[in-house]
Design a protein around this ligand. Structure first.
Ligand code: SF4
Ligand code: SF4
Length: 377
C-alpha cells in the first residue's frame, strides 16, 4: 500500500504571524515543491482544510492561524483555483468556530467560500475498513490542501498532518469511530491512515509557527516553534515535525502504524528536507502529555488485565471543573457520570480516546499516568 508520492518536505523558518512573514514562508515552502501551479490548475475547486477544533482565538494556538489560511488562499487564487475553507469542528458549528478563530474574516476578505460540511457521502474503501462516511464537500473537491497545526495530543502524543483529516468525517460520526475502534488504538491509527489514503490531499502545509505543548490539543500552552512545513506526504511531515520538537518519530503510534502498513515515509534518513535543516531549528524541552501507553506493545490478554496500570488516563481536576457536561457529551463509551455532584470516570469502561480532555472548555481534564507508569523511569 506504499504511497508513491514524494516525501520531500520543505522546512522554512518563520518567526511570527505578521502577514508579510507568513506569506513569504508559505510561498517559499510551496516554491521548493515546484510552486502552487503544480498542485492547482485553473478552475479547480480547492478545499483548504485547517484545524478548526473549537472556538478559540488565534493566540490560543488551538486552531490553524488565520494568516496561514490567508497565505494559502492567495496562492490558490493566483494559480486560478477556487478556494473553499472547510472543516467539521469537534465542538460548535463551523461559522462560530471560524469567526472566533479569525478565519471567517480572512475567508470574507479574500473572497473565498466557507464550506459547511453539511452533507455526507458513503465511500467504498479498499482497506481494513470497507467504507467511510466523509464530507461530500471534501470528497468532491478537485484538490485538498491540508493545513494542520502542530500540537500535543493525549492519545496520539502529537497531532499534525494525517490526523487533521479526521475533521473530514462529519460531526458526531467522529465519536462513532472512537467507539468502533475501542481500546485498540492501533486500529484507530489504521483508520486515520486509510482515511488519509482515501482523501489523498495533494499538499499539506503545517502551521508550526506557534504550536501547542502540554495539555493539548484543546487546552495546552502555546509554544514558539518558528516553522512552516510543506510537502505531499503527510506521514513524512508528521515525522519531520516530531523530530523538530524533540520526539523520535517511532515513538508516535501513528508513525509506527504507518511503518507497519507501509504508508508514506516514516524514516527521517529517507526524507529529503528542503530549506532549513531540522537540527538548525530544533526546539528543546517541548512539553508532551504523559508517557504513551505501554499496553500497545502487549498481547491482547495482557492489555485487558493490566490496562489501568499501564495506560495513561484522563484525570479530572475538580477545582477547575464547572460540571458543564461537555465531556459526557463527547464520551463514546458513556464512561463519565455525575456522582454526589462530582464527575467520575469509570476507568474499566474508558477506552482512553481522550475526547473528554480534548473538548473540556475549562482545561479541567489532564492526561495522568497509570500506577505502573509512575514508577517507570
Ligand atoms: S467538560 Fe470539563 S468542565 Fe465540563 S464537566 Fe467535563 S471536566 Fe467538568
Ligand atoms: S472517559 Fe474520556 S478518555 Fe475515557 S472513553 Fe470517555 S471520552 Fe474517552
Amino acid at each position: 500500500m506504499k504511497t508513491k508520492i514524494s516525501s520531500d518536505t520543505a522546512l522554512i523558518r518563520c518567526a511570527g504571524y505578521d502577514s508579510g512573514n507568513i506569506q513569504r514562508a508559505v510561498q517559499q515552502a510551496v516554491d521548493l515543491l515546484g510552486g502552487m501551479h503544480v498542485f492547482v490548475k485553473p478552475g479547480d475547486r480547492v478545499l483548504v482544510k485547517p484545524n478548526l477544533l473549537k472556538a478559540r482565538p488565534p493566540e490560543a494556538a488551538v486552531t490553524t492561524h488565520p494568516e496561514v489560511v490567508r497565505a494559502v488562499i492567495r496562492l490558490v487564487q493566483t494559480a486560478g483555483g477556487i478556494a473553499m475553507v472547510g472543516d467539521s469542528p469537534g465542538m460548535g458549528d463551523l461559522k462560530k468556530v471560524a469567526e472566533k478563530s479569525g478565519i471567517l474574516d480572512v475567508v470574507l476578505e479574500e473572497g473565498a467560500e466557507l464550506a459547511e460540511f453539511d452533507e455526507a457521502v458513503q465511500v467504498k474503501n479498499n482497506g481494513r475498513f470497507q467504507h467511510f462516511e466523509v464530507s461530500k464537500q471534501a470528497y468532491d473537491a478537485d484538490v485538498i490542501i491540508n493545513l494542520p497545526k502542530l500540537k500535543t495530543h493525549g492519545m496520539t502524543t502529537l497531532t499534525g498532518a494525517v490526523k487533521n483529516l479526521f475533521g473530514c468525517i462529519p460531526g458526531k460520526r467522529k465519536v462513532q469511530w472512537h467507539f468502533n475502534t475501542g481500546v485498540n488504538h492501533d486500529l484507530f491509527m489504521r483508520m486515520l491512515l486509510e482515511l488519509y489514503l482515501l482523501l489523498k490531499p495533494s499538499l499539506t502545509i503545517m502551521d508550526a509557527v506557534i504550536g501547542m505543548e502540554g495539555n493539548g490539543p484543546g487546552s495546552g500552552d502555546p509554544r514558539q516553534i518558528g516553522a512552516v512545513l510543506a510537502g505531499r506526504d503527510a506521514v513524512a511531515i508528521d515525522a519531520v515535525s516530531a523530530k523538530l520538537v524533540g520526539v523520535y518519530p517511532d515513538r508516535l503510534p501513528l508513525i509506527r502504524a504507518a511503518e507497519a502498513l507501509d504508508i508514506g515515509e516514516t524514516k527521517l534518513d529517507r526524507i529529503t528536507v528542503l530549506g532549513n535543516a531540522i537540527e538548525s531549528m530544533a526546539v528543546n524541552t517541548f512539553r508532551l502529555p504523559a508517557q504513551e501507553h505501554l499496553e500497545w506493545k502487549l498481547p491482547e490478554w495482557a492489555r485487558r488485565s493490566l490496562k489501568n496500570a499501564l495506560t495513561t488516563k484522563p484525570v479530572i481536576d475538580h477545582g477547575q471543573c464547572i460540571t458543564c457536561g461537555v465531556c459526557q457529551g463527547h464520551c463514546p463509551q458513556g464512561a463519565i457520570e455525575v456522582r454526589n455532584k462530582k464527575l467520575v470516570i469509570d476507568y474499566r469502561n474508558c477506552i482512553r480516546c481522550f475526547c473528554c480532555q480534548e473538548f473540556c472548555p475549562q482545561g479541567a481534564i489532564t492526561v495522568g499516568k497509570g500506577w505502573a507508569l509512575t514508577i517507570l523511569p
